[in-house]
Design a protein around this ligand. Structure first.
Ligand code: OFO
Length: 168
């Protein structure tokens, strides 16, 4: 049985993962309309991955006799400036999600819920990977500069590194 406070904070995370998915979907669509095929593919995959994270949380809450609450859709922004600004926003968002996951760890410790504390470690590790892959993209983008965006867009096609995301 989940402590009430842990159930609440996991439900908050369900909402945040859902929003992450919507945000990246909106970025993917924006990038596709600007002609960035590689960037949009990366973001479409990222949106899928965030949805899988949300499902993982939904299943866990229900399995532990909690009630997973499915959030309504929060409309994400539709304009992201340019790819430099957009990837900075992605990194900022991932840092926000990492902080949010850390708060779950804190709540688990406060409530003596060591089962969830152990389970949530997958997300802790995932966030380290996600932040580092976005940082690698930003480094590459800065290295290539605004005159080589076509090359950057080709290059990011090979940079999708999430193959292991799964709702199980
Ligand atoms: Fe961006 O990763 Fe979900 O948690």
């Amino acid at each position: 049985m989940l402590p009430k406070k842990v159930e609440e904070i996991l439900n908050r995370q369900i909402e945040r993962e859902d929003y992450s998915s919507q945000l990246y979907l909106s970025m993917a669509s924006w990038a596709e309309n600007k002609g960035f095929e590689g960037v949009s593919n990366w973001l479409y995959s990222q949106a899928e991955e965030e949805r899988i994270h949300m499902l993982k949380l939904v299943k866990y809450v229900n399995e532990r006799d909690g009630v997973a609450l499915i959030p309504g859709i929060n409309t994400p922004p539709k304009d992201f400036g340019d790819v430099f600004v957009m990837f900075d926003q992605v990194l900022k968002h991932e840092k926000y999600i990492s902080a949010s996951i850390n708060e779950i760890v804190g709540a688990c410790i406060a409530e003596n819920d060591y089962t969830t504390q152990n389970w949530i470690q997958w997300f802790v590790t995932e966030q380290i990977e996600e932040e580092s892959s976005v940082k690698a993209i930003i480094d590459k983008l800065n290295l290539l500069g605004k005159n080589n965006l076509y090359m950057f867009d080709r290059d990011i096609m090979t940079m999708r590194g999430d193959g292991e995301a799964s709702a199980e």
